[in-house]
Design a binder for this molecule. Structure first.
Ligand code: PLP
Length: 283
């Protein structure tokens, strides 16, 4: 599947790049659509959002998850699409098989727009953010639609049924299997970024039809890690929309998240958020 790159408007003039986040709502603002929109804004784009699920959570963990009515999701997407053209769409928490199906059907009417899929399964506090039908659908149908996918190592294991995945050999084998699954769904061009930010030595793998490349990162010691995956996939979507080549987009998203972790400020009593606006601090 080939996707045209969006044109980048001149800085400070004209209309901004418009990005869409389809994801869950985290009222503490560290993850989900609030994190996505902050990331889009920090990188100079305009963000719109469609909420798939309401969560009740704070920095101390997720208490409850409630799916949004599928009709509200579909109508929101249709309404936004009659008004705006998206340079890239980021998809995060879908919550259920029903919502995953509705969103996928809608995305299949927008084939010209690149999709970055963050295949969210569980919160780091251990709460399920996706039901079993949704997990199944990610592995069996969504790999055919996404242009990019950004699983962490646990999500990579879940999607491929590879068991625990750790270390370069395992990650490369599981990512290769994921690419084969995508090829089986008619999408050999899927670009995989397997994110290993939780490891002692953080390393991310970019695997595409043409490229296998490791990105070595710096370990930032902080408890403010809530929503790291959301910020990474949103930053990647923003950089793709700006027209970055693959490796440059991954490196830029990684640099953005590393800075946001390094400058993270204490908010709440649990695992706090990143500092999304670290490059332009505001008080
Ligand atoms: N809540 C929502 C709505 C999310 O989308 C996510 C992750 O994608 C989380 C919570 C979990 O964030 P974390 O595991 O970083 O705490």
């Amino acid at each position: 599947m080939a996707f045209p790159l969006a044109k980048v408007p001149p800085r400070g003039t004209g209309t901004p790049l418009v990005l869409l986040s389809i994801a869950g709502f985290d009222p503490s603002g560290g993850a989900g659509i609030l994190a996505d929109l902050k990331t889009f804004a920090a990188l100079g784009s305009y963000g719109m959002a469609c909420i798939t699920a309401m969560t009740i959570q704070s920095t101390q963990g997720v208490r409850h998850v409630f799916g949004v009515d599928a009709r509200i999701v579909r109508e929101t997407l249709d309404c936004l699409a009659t008004d705006a053209s998206f340079a890239c769409i980021k998809v995060g928490m879908l919550g259920s098989g029903e919502i995953a199906g509705v969103v996928l059907d809608w995305l299949n009417t927008k084939k010209e727009v690149p999709v970055v899929l963050d295949p969210v399964v569980k919160s780091s506090s251990g709460k399920d953010l996706q039901d079993s039908a949704g997990r199944e659908m990610l592995a069996t149908r969504w790999l055919g639609r996404a242009q990019w996918i950004t699983p962490n190592f646990a999500e990579l294991a879940d999607l491929t049924g590879c068991g625990a995945v750790s270390g370069r050999t395992d990650v490369e084998a599981a990512a290769t299997k994921l690419l084969q699954l995508a090829t089986g769904q008619g999408n050999p061009g899927l670009k995989i970024v397997a994110t290993g930010g939780e490891a002692e030595k953080p390393e991310d793998l970019l695997l595409t039809e043409r490229e296998l490349r490791w990105f070595t990162g710096e370990r930032i010691v902080t408890t403010s890690t809530h929503g790291t995956g959301c910020a990474f996939s949103s930053a990647l979507a923003a950089r793709i929309a700006m027209g970055d080549p693959d490796s440059a987009a991954v490196q830029a998203a990684k640099d953005y998240v590393t800075g946001a972790l390094r400058h993270a400020y204490p908010v709440g009593r649990g695992n706090g958020p990143l500092h999304h606006f670290w490059e332009r601090p505001v008080r």
